[in-house]
Design a protein around this ligand. Sequence first.
Ligand SMILES: [Cu+2]
Length: 186
Amino acid sequence: MAKPRPPTRIALALVLVAVGAVASVSVYLLLPSSVAVSSNVTLTIVRAPGASTYGFAQPTITVPAGTLVHFTIVNYDPSAHGTSTAMAGTMGTWMGREMVDYGNGTWWNVSGMPAGAVSHTFSVTSGGYDLNVVVPPAASAGHPSEVQFWLPTHGAADLGWTCDADGMNGMMGGYGGMMSGRFDIA
Ligand SMILES: [Cu+2]
């Protein structure tokens, strides 16, 4: 005679299905729908072969002018380098917010994080931009953290971006193209 399935397992399965459905709807509701997104840019923070520090793999970023650009930042750096309190808040993005996955597959809608919890920032503070996005550390080597945000762009300009994380004697923005670079609006 077949053993009846333990009811606790059925209940657990139902809970997991419900959680999955809620998570899917939540991400959908977080997406801006009223303005067309012109393009998608993905930035990755990686450790180059032979290098001892992490950095952005895309030193030159080019985006179209006068549109809404969707950004994704994927961070493989497990360290929280920290930043100043002033640079721990999300600024200048669409709706003043960013979406964060701390590396476990769940998206959160945030407007900043504790200064000491920041791994890197992505900041553009010239040309009429006051953009600051905070990136948390990777959960582990195999599970990077991810950030999504939307940026309304202005007219054509050749600007710079930098990372303002400060755990390296305030010099993180000085590591060649890895923690600073060009931000071109064309
Ligand atoms: Cu950095």
